[in-house]
Design a protein around this ligand. Sequence first.
Ligand code: NAP
Ligand code: MG
Length: 503
Amino acid sequence: MADYQLFIDGEYCDAASGQTFTTSDPATNEAIGEVAKADKADAARAVEAARRAFDEGPWPKMSGAERAAKLRKVAELIGTKSEKLAEMEARDGGGTVKKATFADIPGAQSAFEWFARCAEDQPDEVELPGSPFPPSQNWVNYEPHGVCTGIIPWNFPFIMAAWKIAPALAAGNTSVIKPASFTSITALMLGEVFQEADIPPGVVNVIAGPGGTAGEELASHPMVDKTAFTGSTEVGRRIMQLASGTVKAVTLELGGKSANIVLDDADLDIAAAAVLFGTFFHNGQVCESGTRALVHRSIYDEFLSLLVDRAGKMVIGNPLDFNADLGPLVSRGQAETVERYVALGRDEVGEPICGGSRPDGLAEGLAAENFYRPTIFAGVDNSAKIAQEEIFGPVLCVIPFDSDEEAVAIANDSIYGLGGGVQSGSLERARKVAAGMRTGTVWINDYHLISPERPFGGYKQSGIGRELGVEGYNAYRQVKHVHANPGGGRDNYMHFSALSANI
Ligand code: NAP
Ligand code: MG
C-alpha cells in the first residue's frame, strides 16, 4: 500500500496497477514517501466519479449558502492541520517552512473563504432589460460547468490545489485535481479534510501520477467540461490541444518573465527590497517573479550596490529551519537548469555581480547540488536569452533605461505578460507606467502580493482567463440567457415572417 494514496469518490485507494513512485525532499535527497501512481485508467475513474457526483449527487443542487458553509469548514480544518501541512509542503518541494507557514497554508485557507463568499454573494440569476416589441422578459442564469479538472505545478502545490478546487466547488461543479509529481503529498492530504468536512463522495478527487498519462486524460476525457492548468507555457499549449477534442472551457496560468521597473524617484531602500523579494522569494520559482529589474540610469550604480549587498545577506539553508530564507530548488534537474542559464549568461553578458555558483558551507546532510546562490547579472540587454526565457530560479537580470517610455517598451518586449512592478515616489507617474504594461498584474511599490479577492492571470503567452476575484469565480460558471415572450397573439411574432407569413 502506498504511503500517500489517491483520493477518488470519497475514499483513499491505491492505483489500479498497484504502482507507486518515490517522492523525496530536495534539501537532503531523502525519500519521504511512496505515492500511488495514477495512470490513464485511474484518471478516468476519478473523472467518472466526478461526473456521477455532478449528474446524480446533491452538490450542484445545494444552495450557495450551503456550499459556502462546507467550504468554510474546509478552511477551518486546514487550520487544525496547518503544522503538519506546512512541514510536508516544505519537505516535499524544498520551499522554506517559513513560506509554507506564512503564505501557503493561510493562502489556501483564504481561497476557500473567498470563494465561499462568492457562493453566497454572487447572484446566480440576473434580470436583463427586456424589449417592448416583440415583448420579452430576459434574464441570465449562472450555472456550474459540470466536471472541472485541474493540473497544477510543483512550486506552490497546496495553494494551487486550493485555487483550482475552491472556485470549482463554490460554483457547484465537481473536481479532479492532479498535483505535480515532485510535490503530490499535501494535495493528497486534502482528501482527509474533504472527508471530515463531509463533502459528498466524488465532488473532489485528487490523483497523483505522470502528466503524460494521468494529466493528459484529465485534459482530454470527454466527460470533462472545463480544464484549468497552471504550469509551463509548453505544456499549456498541449492542454489546449487536448481540450479541443470536445471543446472544453480552458483556463491557463503559464510562464512569465516579469519586469520590475525602478524609476529615478523611487525610495531606493524599499525598491531594492521589492526587487529582491520579487525575484528571490521561493528561489525565483514563482511564475510572476520580477526577474528583469529595469533600473533608471541615474540611480543605476547606487541601486546595484544595494542589491548586491543585500542579496549576499540572505540565508541559504535547511528549509525546515525558520531562519532559512532560501532552501534548495525543487529538484536537481531544476538546479541544473539554473546552472545552464548562468553559463549562458556568462557567455551573453559576462560575470554575474553576485552568486553564480552553488553555495559553500551548507550544513552536513544537505544536498548542495540542489541549491543555488542568488545570482544577479547587470548591464543585460533585453534581447539576451537570459532576459527573454523563463529560468524559474534565483537569477535576476538588471537592465538600465533612460525614460519611462523606454522602460515600458522594454517591459513589453517579451512573449509573456503575467506580472510586473513599478517602484516610484509618484503614484501618478507609476499609474501611467502601469497602464502601459501589457501584463495581468502590476504592483506599485510592492511585489508578489496576491489576494484571492483580486483577479490573477496573464496576457500574451502567460495564459488565458483569470483565477481568483469575481472573474475567477465566474470562470467556473456557464452563462445561460433565457428569453421569454409573454405571448399575447400573432402580433408579437412578426419576426417569424423573416421566414414566411405562412407558418
Ligand atoms: P509543467 O511541466 O508544465 O507541469 C505542470 C503540471 O502539468 C504538472 O502536474 C505536470 O505533471 C503536468 N503535465 C506535464 N505534462 C503534461 C501533459 N502532457 N499533459 C497534462 N499534464 C501535464 O510545469 P512545472 O515544471 O510543474 O512548473 C514550472 C513551470 O510552470 C514554469 O514554467 C512556470 O512559469 C510555470 N508556472 C506558472 C504559474 C502561473 O500561475 N502562471 C504558476 C506556477 C508555475 P508531472 O509533474 O507529472 O510532470
Ligand atoms: Mg518531492
